[in-house]
Design a protein around this ligand. Structure first.
Ligand code: ZN
Length: 128
């Protein structure tokens, strides 16, 4: 069994979910594009997953727990499972964003507390 999976996706498609495509086991990631003026057609929360949104391009609005606030390229926001949320693109701009969903409270290590530098074995040509 391979230690990786790699697929090419159309980042301009309306929505692409990577969980099944890449056989993810610890998170779900979706690549989303809302055309100008379009909205996710419902408000939702989650039973146990938090969500990280990363706005890649464009502008829009975030509805969160009864408040509306503008969002745009470069904005990154975490929403706790109970947060009632909805996102729309601005009237004059499409909105492209990633949404990463993971079980709240599940992260035990990251970066250098989980990553292990390979001291031996194969190296890529650019590190030789
Ligand atoms: Zn969600």
């Amino acid at each position: 069994m391979s230690n990786y999976s790699l697929k090419h996706v159309d980042l301009n498609a309306g929505r692409v979910e990577l969980h099944d495509l890449l056989e993810l086991t610890g998170c779900e990631v979706s690549c989303n594009t809302l055309p100008q003026g379009a909205s996710v057609p419902f408000v939702h929360h989650h039973a146990g997953n938090e969500e990280l949104y990363i706005v890649l391009d464009g502008a829009g609005m975030l509805f969160i727990d009864g408040e509306e606030r503008p969002i745009g390229r470069g904005d990154c926001f975490r929403i706790a499972p109970a947060g009632a949320r909805c996102i729309r693109a601005a009237g004059d701009s499409a909105l492209r964003y990633l949404c990463i969903q993971a079980r709240a409270g599940s992260l035990e290590g990251y970066t250098m507390s989980d990553g292990v530098i390979e001291e031996s074995g194969d190296k890529p040509s650019w590190l030789r």
